[in-house]
Design a protein around this ligand. Structure first.
Ligand code: FE
Length: 150
């Protein structure tokens, strides 16, 4: 079996390192705690969920872009927001493919897919396969994890 030339090894390592740095060392948890409100910190950094029908963006009908409450990464367009009846802001698509990361979540005895900010790794919510056309996806997102830009 051929060995991987060293130059590629360095390249793979640098890509990996860049990703680690941008995602997990953007800020320490201590720094996040300092700059985020307590209720936002608990959701975005500690993966808690806001109570349904309480979030500030649930009934927001304005045109604009929803960004990450932590790092301001653009995440969802108001054009893909829909009424799901779940009690959380719901979207049927993301703004662009790299906006988010998806991760298997087996917590609370359920098998779900967690949605994370693609830039800072902050917890946004979960995605389900019972959304409307054309994607059939339902991105169920905490208002506390979002900011809104008109
Ligand atoms: Fe973020």
């Amino acid at each position: 079996m051929e060995t991987i030339p060293n130059i590629y090894k360095i390249d793979i390592f640098s890509v990996f390192l860049k990703r680690m740095v941008s995602k997990y060392l953007l800020r320490s948890e201590k720094q996040w705690k300092k700059i985020l409100d307590d209720d936002i910190f608990r959701i975005l950094r500690k993966k808690e969920t806001e109570p349904p029908f309480t979030g500030k963006f649930l009934n927001n009908k304005e045109k604009g872009v929803y960004v990450c409450a932590g790092c301001k990464n653009p995440l969802f367009s108001s054009d893909t927001k829909f009424e799901s009846g779940s009690g959380w802001p719901s979207f049927w698509d993301v703004l662009s493919k790299g906006s988010i990361d998806l991760k298997t979540d087996n917590s609370l005895g359920m098998k779900r897919v967690e949605v994370l900010c693609g830039k800072c790794g902050g917890h946004l919510g979960h995605v389900f396969d019972d959304g409307p056309k054309p994607t059939r996806k339902r991105y169920c997102i905490n208002s506390a994890s979002l900011d809104f830009k008109k």
